[in-house]
Design a protein. Structure first.
Length: 116
């Protein structure tokens, strides 16, 4: 039973998207560390992309989030909270890339990788 307690997740999201949103917002507002700020800017980038499409504002937020992620790892070893914020920001930025309407791959590019 003690093994279960040590491996159980620290944050539970529930079954609604609002639960995930609320958890991410709490993580982004926890402190003013680079990891926390990176998560905040990643959320702003994703929100801007969702509401206004690909815009200069969304890209500025994304670039700022990436810069802060880089800064957070330059400061040395991350705390558990900092690492959680870092991973969350990276996941939100990954979601941004999935929603980004630009095409990065053309069929000719895929053929260059050989048979599947």
């Amino acid at each position: 039973m003690s093994s279960y307690r040590t491996t159980s997740p620290r944050i539970t999201f529930g079954t609604t998207p609002a639960g995930i949103r609320d958890a991410l917002m709490r993580m982004a507002m926890t402190n003013s560390s680079p990891s926390s700020s990176a998560l905040l800017y990643a959320l702003l980038a994703y929100s801007s992309l969702h509401h206004h499409g690909l815009s200069e504002t969304a890209l500025k937020f994304k670039v700022q989030a990436l810069h802060l992620l880089s800064t957070s790892v330059e400061n040395g070893e991350l705390s558990l909270v900092g690492a959680s914020q870092h991973v969350a920001a990276s996941m939100v930025l990954g979601s941004f890339e999935v929603r980004d309407p630009r095409d990065y791959w053309a069929p000719a590019d895929i053929q260059d990788f050989g048979p599947f």
